[in-house]
Design a protein around this ligand. Structure first.
Ligand SMILES: [Zn+2]
Length: 249
């Protein structure tokens, strides 16, 4: 088995809810893929418009005033004075920041899979080192790293930039790394009909580096192998060597 071993447990593995979170990971991923059924009903034109309006929809669905009130409460609760000059604009800034960081809650990643085109190519397609930022749902602290996505098409291929778009949408939600990994893999299986999908995510969780166990430099690795990459050892070895081969860092 040449699957990369998780070098460190997930961000909250030292906490009781972590095991439960992992146990329901598959279900959550399925729900994430299955949700927004209404969005699925929109036509191609609507989908295209939705992509164009991404920045507008970032704001939609986020109650800025409510976040501002909550941030002011937090400042008071930790013993700060929210009315001092340096903090006056902080609640509004945090509201705008959350609207941006959680914009993926109001977007459907399947929009980016509708542009798949027909191509006779049945070897591995891999895009590696897709940088992403997300927010761990246990601590609301950022985790960031790289995603590597490989798939074996079954007649339909995706524009390479679309893989990065999918990572962006799915990562801009309160997340756990396991679900992020699984959700991306499931999307490619279900929406693209790929014969094999391999997703490997490597990330640094600030909730592990700046608080709690405080282990700077630790990295969490998760992988989801579907179809041929799960059933065929040599296919899996091939995609992993493509991901980890010729690494300079
Ligand atoms: Zn965390």
């Amino acid at each position: 088995m040449s699957m990369p071993p998780p070098e460190q447990p997930s961000c909250a593995a030292d906490e009781p809810e972590a095991a439960a979170a992992r146990a329901v990971g598959e279900k959550d991923a399925a729900r994430a893929v299955g949700e927004k059924a209404a969005a699925r009903a929109v036509g191609e034109a609507d989908a295209a418009r939705a992509v164009g309006e991404a920045s507008a929809s970032d704001v939609r669905g986020v109650d800025h005033a409510r976040i501002e009130r909550a941030v002011r409460e937090i400042l008071l609760a930790v013993g700060e004075n929210p009315d001092r000059e340096g903090l006056l604009q902080t609640p509004a800034r945090v509201a705008r920041m959350y609207a941006e960081m959680f914009s993926g809650l109001h977007q459907d990643p399947r929009v980016h899979l509708r542009t798949a085109f027909t191509e006779k190519y049945d070897e591995v397609v891999l895009v590696r080192d897709i940088a992403f930022h997300s927010v761990c749902e246990h601590h609301l602290l950022p985790f960031m790293g790289r995603a590597h996505i490989g798939y074996i098409p079954d007649g339909r291929v995706l524009g390479l930039s679309k893989l990065a778009r999918i990572v962006d949408v799915v990562s801009r939600r309160p997340q756990v790394q396991e679900r992020l990994t699984e959700t991306i893999a499931e999307l490619l299986v279900e929406q693209l009909g790929a014969k094999g999908v391999a997703v490997v995510v490597e990330a640094v969780h600030t909730c592990m580096t700046i608080r709690g166990v405080r282990k700077p430099g630790s990295e969490c690795v998760t992988s989801a192998m579907k179809g041929l990459f799960r059933s065929n050892v040599s296919s899996r070895a091939e995609v992993l060597s493509l991901i980890y081969g010729r690494r300079t860092t």
